[in-house]
Design a protein around this ligand. Sequence first.
Ligand SMILES: CC(C)(COP(=O)(O)OP(=O)(O)OC[C@H]1O[C@@H](n2cnc3c(N)ncnc32)[C@H](O)[C@@H]1OP(=O)(O)O)[C@@H](O)C(=O)NCCC(=O)NCCS
Length: 155
Amino acid sequence: MRGADVPAVATLHRAAFAMPWSERVWRHEVRAPSSRVWVAVRPSDTGGEAIVGVVVLWLLPPPEAEIATLAVHPEHRRQGIGRALLRQALTYACAQGPVQRVFLEVRADNASAQALYRAFGFAVVGRRRHYYFTPQGRVDALIMRRECGLRSPLP
Ligand SMILES: CC(C)(COP(=O)(O)OP(=O)(O)OC[C@H]1O[C@@H](n2cnc3c(N)ncnc32)[C@H](O)[C@@H]1OP(=O)(O)O)[C@@H](O)C(=O)NCCC(=O)NCCS
């Protein structure tokens, strides 16, 4: 992701989340030394490129890293883009010597994201009750973890 991508990424994130990150947050993420951000692009109707997905990896104090957000535009889902972004972030994280495990948080009612994460070897290691505020009420967060040393190949 480049600085020029901020408006498009913020728009994409708004399409994917009820409580999206603001442009200010995205401007910070692009520059933050401990953040790595990748976008997925597709050829656009106007001949350029459209951003259709984004993933943010935080390199936390070793030995941990965190997938901070992952989103694919609703019109481009179930085409392997989320899988490709997650594979990129995990491969990068685990190639950093000090990183041994990667965490993430996911809504307890988000079955599609959980299916994706389980396919990558993430397992639930904790639950934060009533963590998310949603229009439907409060929803728990599941904390998932994947060890870099896991031997099964990434999908
Ligand atoms: C979760 C999300 C990123 C998945 O992106 P995607 O590009 O559609 O995912 P992929 O096409 O790469 O799917 C990979 C695998 O994830 C699982 N999966 C993805 N969407 C699914 C769904 N709606 N139902 C069940 N499983 C699903 C499947 O195992 C799928 O493999 P398959 O298509 O071979 O069955 C996307 O749905 C999204 O942006 N959701 C809103 C934001 C969000 O919830 N982000 C995660 C927050 S923690």
